[in-house]
Ligand binder design. Structure first.
Ligand SMILES: Nc1ncnc2c1ncn2[C@@H]1O[C@H](COP(=O)(O)OP(=O)(O)OP(=O)(O)O)[C@@H](O)[C@H]1O
Length: 446
C-alpha cells in the first residue's frame, strides 16, 4: 500500500480517482487547491504525488518546483489535458516522473502509479549507469548524417554540444558517443542541470566539504570526480548559473576542480558532452551564457532531428516502441491499424520520441486484440490533428481571398493611371486584354 497525495480541483474527478486508487489498496489524501496541497505535502511523508496541472490558485508546475525543493526523490505525476502536452514535457524536464493526459484512463493510471512506486525512472538529477544499447538509428537522411557524425566524433576526446528539441533523444546520443569511445569501460555520468537548483548545482558538480554551507553535514564527492576517466553529460547546460559556468570553464580548460569550501584542487580526466534545447548561441548574445564556455563545449555540434524531420523513421520508431511496450506489459500487439498510422503521420509530436513512446505504450495497454486501433488513441490527439487540418484549410481560403482583394485593387489603380486605356493597362499588368476583361467582369469593375 502506498500513501498518495492527490492535488486536483475537480471535485467529482478527484473523488473518482480517490475511490479507484483506494480500491487498489492505496491510501489517498485529497487536496483541491495547490497551496493547500503543498502544505499537506510538507506536513507528512508521501510515496508519490498526483498533481493536476491547472489549479485554481497556482499551477502544477509551481507546486512541482516547491516539492522538488523539499524532496528530490518523491515521484510526481502531472495530470494534464492533451492540449497542454508541451507543458507536460517541460514538467518532465523539471523532474516530474511522468505525465498522464486527461481523461485519465484507469489502467494507464494504475500502470504509471506502479512504475512510480517502483521508481523505475532515475530518482535524482544524476545517473551513473551502464549504457543500454537498445535504440533505433533510423534511415532518413538526417538520421544517417547524425549517426555518421556520432561515429566520427565518438573515438576522439572532443567536447560535443548536442542540440535538439525536447524528447528527441539527446541523452541517447550522448550515451552512444560514450559507448563508442575508448572511455566506454569507465563511468557515464548524466547530470540534468535543469533539475538542479542554483544553490545545489555547484556542489552537485564539484562536490563540497562538511560545513561548507548550511546543510552540508558530510563531505560530498562531485559528479566530475565520479566521472573520472569517463564521460560527463550535462543536460540542459544553458540552465547553469553564471558562477557555476565559471567553475565549469576551469574544469574544462585546466582539468581541475575544487570542491566547495575546500582549498584542495583535484585533477580530473573527464570528457564533456552537453545538451540543450535552447539556442545556446542566442543565450551567448543575450549575455546569459559565457562565450568562452560556449566555444569550449562546442568543439563539435550535433543536431538531433525532431520526429517530424525524421520522415519515414516514424514507422521504425513506432515498431520499436510497440515491441518494448509488449515486452514490458507482457502483451503481444502485432501492428497498427492503417487509420492510426495516418493519424501518426499527420500529428506533429511536440514531445517527440518521449511522447511517442508514451502514446504507443498506452495503446498497447488498452488494445484488446493484436492491432492498435483508433479507439486506443487519446481522443484529444485526434482532435488536435483535425484542428490543424481545419486551420490549414482556413488559411488557404483566406490567402485566396487576400490575393483577390489585392488583385482587384491593383487593376483599379492601373486603369486609373492610364485613364482606362485597357490595352495599356493589360500591358502594364503583364496579362492579355482578354484576361483583363474577364477579371474586370469578375471583380465588378466598370
Ligand atoms: N534512438 C532511439 N531509439 C529508441 N528510443 C529512443 C531513441 N532516442 C530516444 N529514445 C527514447 O525517447 C525518450 C526520450 O529520449 P531522451 O531522454 O534521450 O531525449 P532528450 O532529447 O535527452 O530529452 P530532454 O530534452 O527532455 O532532455 C527516452 O525514453 C528514450 O529511451
Amino acid at each position: 500500500m502506498a500513501s498518495i497525495l492527490l492535488v486536483e480541483d475537480d471535485l467529482t474527478f478527484s473523488r473518482i480517482l480517490e475511490g479507484f486508487l483506494t480500491k487498489h489498496g492505496h491510501q489517498v489524501t485529497l487536496s483541491n487547491k495547490g497551496k493547500e496541497g503543498l502544505k499537506t505535502f510538507q506536513s507528512r511523508s508521501f510515496d508519490m504525488v498526483l498533481l493536476d496541472y491547472r489549479l485554481p490558485d497556482t499551477t502544477g508546475m509551481d507546486i512541482l518546483f516547491e516539492i522538488k525543493k523539499e524532496n528530490l526523490t518523491v515521484p510526481i505525476v502531472i495530470m494534464t489535458s492533451f492540449t497542454d502536452i508541451r507543458t507536460a514535457v517541460k514538467a518532465i524536464k523539471s523532474g516530474a516522473f511522468e505525465y498522464i493526459t486527461k481523461p485519465v484512463n484507469p489502467d494507464e493510471l494504475l500502470m504509471i502509479v506502479q512504475q512510480a512506486l517502483k521508481k523505475e525512472k532515475r530518482p535524482e538529477a544524476v545517473t551513473i549507469t551502464p549504457v543500454k544499447s537498445q535504440f533505433v538509428e533510423g534511415s532518413s537522411p538526417l538520421s544517417k548524417q547524425l549517426y555518421d557524425f556520432v561515429k566520427l566524433v565518438a573515438p576522439t576526446n572532443m567536447s560535443v554540444l548536442i542540440e535538439g528539441e525536447s524528447g528527441t533523444g539527446k541523452e541517447n546520443v550522448a550515451r552512444m558517443i560514450h559507448q563508442l569511445s575508448p572511455r566506454s569501460k569507465a563511468p557515464f555520468v548524466a547530470v540534468d542541470c535543469g533539475a538542479l537548483s542554483k544553490e545545489l548545482a555547484g556542489s552537485e558538480l564539484f562536490g563540497h566539504v562538511k560545513g561548507a554551507f548550511t546543510g552540508a553535514v558530510l563531505d560530498k564527492v562531485g559528479q566530475f570526480e565520479a566521472a573520472h576517466k569517463g564521460t560527463i553529460f550535462l543536460d540542459e547546460v544553458g540552465n547553469l548559473s553564471y558562477e557555476v559556468q565559471v567553475k565549469l570553464l576551469r574544469a574544462i580548460q585546466e582539468r581541475i576542480i575544487q570542491p566547495i569550501g575546500s582549498n584542495r584542487e583535484i585533477r580530473v580526466d573527464v570528457r564533456i558532452l552537453t545538451a540543450t534545447n535552447d539556442d545556446l548561441a542566442e543565450s551567448v548574445r543575450k549575455g546569459e551564457f559565457r562565450e568562452d564556455l560556449y566555444h569550449r563545449v562546442n568543439e563539435f555540434k550535433l543536431k538531433v532531428p525532431s520526429v517530424k524531420e525524421r520522415g519515414d523513421d516514424l514507422y521504425e520508431f513506432l515498431d520499436h516502441f510497440r515491441e518494448s511496450a509488449n515486452h514490458e506489459l507482457g502483451r503481444n500487439v502485432k501492428d497498427f491499424d492503417r487509420e492510426v498510422l495516418e493519424l501518426f503521420e499527420k500529428y506533429d509530436w511536440p514531445g517527440n520520441l518521449r511522447e511517442m513512446k508514451n502514446v504507443v505504450k498506452r495503446s498497447v495497454l488498452l488494445s484488446k486484440g493484436d492491432t492498435i486501433r483508433l479507439d486506443t488513441i487519446p481522443p484529444e490527439m485526434l482532435e488536435s490533428v483535425r484542428q490543424v487540418h481545419r486551420e490549414k484549410m482556413g488559411t488557404v481560403y483566406d490567402l485566396k481571398a487576400l490575393q483577390e482583394v489585392q488583385e482587384r485593387e491593383m487593376i483599379i489603380k492601373t486603369l486609373q493611371e492610364v485613364r482606362y486605356n485597357k490595352s495599356k493597362a493589360a500591358r502594364i499588368l503583364n496579362i492579355d486584354r482578354k484576361t483583363l476583361y474577364l477579371k474586370m467582369e469578375k471583380y465588378g469593375i466598370e
